[in-house]
Design a protein around this ligand. Structure first.
Ligand code: CO
Length: 214
């Protein structure tokens, strides 16, 4: 069997050489400080790599990825990343980036079982159900799926705003801004959904905490 993974290690050596040729202190500098301005919450899909599609370098973006870029308020992994990004790294922006043609979103829109992942897809299904009047009115399947990708991203932006981590930071530090984007696999272009949330006025009802903790 060909050891295809070995090419990754070879690629790494080439990459190190290129970086050092441009800047002999590249790794020394990176190893001394991590100060990214952005937290990226994206899909695990191999075609949506945060750094490549945003033209950013190592050190610029703190990244959390899961299937269908979900913000699930009981997900200790996501919460730990969010807490570290907001309270230790002091990121200025949190970006939720979905993508058209997302397998997780498509699976959640259907009625088939896929096994264990059904329990994760359930969170996406809940988003569909919340917006089903709008979504069910779209007859063309691809169009409906694309719209749901956008709606799901907006839902995750709201979920972030409903966390005590974000609300406490808004009250105490007036950051971060939360953005919703969708990446198009067919063109490489990122669409800004213009659903910016950046303060307590963007939170309502029982989700709003009146008592900020510092
Ligand atoms: Co996806």
């Amino acid at each position: 069997m060909q050891q295809s993974y070995l090419k990754l290690l070879d690629n790494n050596k080439v990459w190190v050489k290129e970086k050092l040729a441009n800047n002999p202190n590249y790794f020394l500098k990176l190893s001394q400080l991590q100060a990214p301005d952005y937290l990226w919450i994206g899909c695990s899909d191999s075609r949506v790599p945060a750094n490549e599609i945003t033209g950013t370098e190592p050190g610029e973006v703190f990244v959390h990825r899961n299937i269908a870029n979900m913000v699930v308020h009981t997900d200790m992994n996501m919460l730990s990343v969010l807490d570290y990004a907001v309270n230790v790294l002091h990121v200025k922006h949190v970006i939720v980036c979905g993508h058209y043609g997302c397998g997780g979103v498509l699976a959640a829109m259907g009625n088939h079982q896929f096994g264990l992942i059904d329990n994760w897809l359930r969170h996406i299904k809940d988003g569909y159900d919340k917006h089903r009047t709008e979504l069910d009115a779209i007859t063309y399947n691809t169009e409906r799926a694309n719209r749901f990708v956008e709606i799901s991203v907006m839902e995750q932006v709201h979920h972030l705003s409903q966390t005590s981590i974000i609300q406490n930071s808004w009250k105490n530090h007036k950051r971060p801004s939360i953005h919703g984007w969708v990446y198009d696999l067919k063109t490489g272009i990122i669409k800004d959904l213009n659903v910016l949330m950046d303060g307590m006025e963007d939170v309502s009802g029982v989700y709003k905490f009146d008592d900020a903790k510092s």
